[in-house]
Write a protein that binds this ligand. Structure first.
Ligand code: ZN
Length: 323
């Protein structure tokens, strides 16, 4: 410890200051405390300048976490958007088109409802990316909400139509003619036996010989005979302009004959490979007002929108038919 002096005017000389032990201790303690405060302060200033204050560091971490969350929400919204689009597509193609209902009113409502949400001034304090994300989410959630509501209304309308037209609905082909999957679709296809491209007017379903085949709507059998290209085939007239054809059967159900009334879901025959085919399968056609139409639109009572889209993809991708 340093030695301190005081001036004694009486003796005109400097004299040692004598401290007690307690005074020495207090002095040392004060000195070290001051030293500590100064160093600590310098350290805080240094860290604040180069790394931010502890509060700032915590806020930055929070900001990063929030931004991550916003990005994840954006991905989730995009997923929902896709799902609603699929529902809209299925609604339009497999329900409204077939039932002869117009979706354009709904589309018009959707268009009218569109337009950017007002930009809120409180977003100005945010970073560009954060503000953009929040704005994007507001607009898209708003739009999704409107579309989901419209879709709900649309399904309600379809349901009401279906209920109000039950007699007609029982006759329209509306289920799969066989409990298996589509392998080839409607349109220009390579014929596997004839070896050239020609119009394939139906859907081919995978089927081993002897699989049950169902009438897809109520109606009357108008043909049950052998045909050189269709093999053993059945034609049903459903009324309301609809007919269906089931081809390449191995045999007919015992009750099947021309003039026989059949109901939807009734087994009318068994799949096979009769006629001009490459492999056993069921060839199924839907005829509306005299022309073949794509049967994929007439499976709606039996398949989900997801299955519909999957069948559509398979039937479009496969370039050759089985007959
Ligand atoms: Zn076919």
């Amino acid at each position: 410890m340093s030695q301190f002096y005081y001036y004694d005017p009486e003796t005109c000389e400097f004299k040692d200051i004598q401290y007690t032990n307690l005074e020495k201790l207090v002095h040392a303690f004060t000195q070290w405390s001051l030293f500590g405060i100064v160093i600590g302060g310098l350290l805080v200033i240094f860290l604040s300048l180069f790394a931010g204050t502890p509060a700032e560091i915590a806020l930055q971490a929070e900001n990063r976490a929030l931004l991550e969350q916003l990005r994840a929400n954006r991905t989730a919204i995009e997923g929902l958007d896709e799902q609603i689009s699929r529902l809209e597509e299925a609604d339009n193609e497999i329900y409204r088109q077939v039932l002869g209902m117009d979706r354009s009113d709904f589309e018009a409502q959707l268009q009218r409802g569109q337009g950017g949400a007002p930009i809120d001034p409180d977003l100005d304090v945010l970073q560009q990316e954060t503000a953009d994300l929040i704005r994007w989410m507001r607009e898209n959630l708003d739009r999704l909400d409107r579309r989901a509501n419209l879709q709900l209304q649309s399904f309600e309308e379809v349901k009401a139509y279906y209920k109000a037209n039950q007699e007609k609905m029982r006759h329209i082909p509306a289920i799969r003619p066989i409990g298996s999957d589509v392998v080839s679709g409607f349109g220009m296809r390579m014929h596997p036996v004839l070896n050239f491209r020609r119009m394939h007017e139906g859907l081919d379903f995978r089927a081993s010989i002897g699989t049950d085949i169902y009438a897809t709507g109520d109606g009357i059998v108008t043909q049950a005979e052998f045909n050189s290209s269709y093999g053993r085939m059945i034609r049903i007239n459903h009324g309301h302009g609809f007919e269906t054809i089931y081809a390449h059967l191995s045999r007919y159900a015992p009750q099947i004959r021309v003039g026989r009334r059949v109901t939807r879901g009734e087994v009318i025959g068994y799949s096979g490979d009769s006629g001009l085919v490459e492999a056993p399968h069921l060839h199924y056609e839907v005829i509306r007002n005299g022309s073949a139409v794509n049967p994929i639109f007439y499976l709606f009572a039996d398949i989900s929108p997801e299955e519909y889209l999957q069948y559509r993809r398979i039937s479009e991708e496969n370039d050759s038919s089985l007959d």
